[in-house]
Design a protein around this ligand. Structure first.
Ligand SMILES: Nc1ncnc2c1ncn2[C@@H]1O[C@H](COP(=O)(O)OP(=O)(O)OP(=O)(O)O)[C@@H](O)[C@H]1O
Length: 270
């Protein structure tokens, strides 16, 4: 790892499906402790990038290091210690429908620590369920019995099962109403702060970017064309960036952020 402050370093990444090239010469750094938002038009390869980093997609070229260790072209056995240190919330939650919430949370625990006894598994699962703001009664429920927001929280509880240092979230607020989405953003931010997590967060949600992301990486033209704070990105004259952040939704997100900041300041003076 060239810079010890980076939890993830991607260099020269190329991904292709047949003749369709998704990424070419893609570089990206994710810094320790930050929430990095990853944005880009539909199909620019945000999920494929995440899958490449966590080893679910074999790139055609390039180098990926996580926690200072290469993750590509390695035996599954070699990467166990690395995989234990991250948690993933896939798009849509990806819960096992035949398992209860508590059993879903226990899946990674059983995989990586097969000797854990049942009482401890139950205790850890209850704790993780509680950490994500779900009521204790959610533990014995099946995914089909949960609302969309509860499913996301259950997926997050599973992603947190192994006390990860690094969290991958793929569109965590997609499909949630604005109040549910804001609550999920608050949860992500508070987990980052209290647990010292680094978060790789794919999103289309401008409110999320403004509310909780420390930096934002923009995918376009098969690579990361810019990374920075939103103010830094706004100073660039790339047409997609300008349209994305300065369009009607971008302006609405700024208004929401400013209103929230105003409410916080008012509460401080009351
Ligand atoms: N397993 C696969 N086989 C073939 N093509 C794939 C595969 N996975 C992804 N792709 C293609 O790669 C491209 C990027 O997909 P990806 O899901 O990463 O996009 P995305 O930026 O996350 O999009 P969205 O914002 O719509 O979720 C798409 O054109 C998709 O069809």
């Amino acid at each position: 790892m060239a810079n010890p402050e980076n939890i993830i370093e991607v260099r020269g990444l190329k991904n292709a499906f047949g003749s369709q090239v998704i990424h070419e010469n893609l570089d990206l750094d994710v810094r320790r402790g930050e929430i990095l938002g990853v944005v880009g038009g539909s199909g620019t390869g945000k999920s494929v990038l995440m899958r490449s980093i966590i080893g679910l997609q074999s790139p055609a070229a390039g180098d990926v290091q996580v926690f200072g260790e290469p993750t590509l072209d390695r035996d599954e056995v070699d990467t166990v210690e690395i995989r234990k240190r991250w948690g993933v919330l896939f798009q849509g939650g990806a819960l096992f429908s035949t398992l209860t919430v508590a059993e879903n949370v226990q899946v990674p625990l059983r995989e990586f620590y097969p000797a854990l006894d049942l009482a401890l598994l139950d205790e850890i699962a209850s704790f993780k369920v509680m950490m994500t703001g779900l009521p204790a009664e959610a533990g014995p429920k099946y995914p089909a019995e949960l609302s969309g927001g509860m499913k996301k929280r259950a997926g997050l509880a599973r992603a947190l099962a192994l006390d990860p240092e690094l969290l991958f979230l793929d569109e965590p607020t997609a499909g949630l109403d604005p109040i549910g989405a804001a609550a999920f953003d608050d949860l992500t931010k508070s987990l980052q702060k209290t647990l010292g997590l680094t978060v790789f967060l794919i999103t289309h949600d401008l409110d999320t970017l403004y509310a909780i992301c420390d930096r934002v990486a923009v995918l376009a033209d098969k690579r990361v064309i810019a990374v920075g704070t939103i103010d830094e990105l706004l100073a660039l004259d790339h047409p997609w960036i300008q349209e994305y952040f300065r369009g009607p939704r971008g302006r609405a997100a700024v208004a929401t952020r400013d209103a929230a900041a105003g409410a916080t300041a008012k509460a401080g003076t009351d």
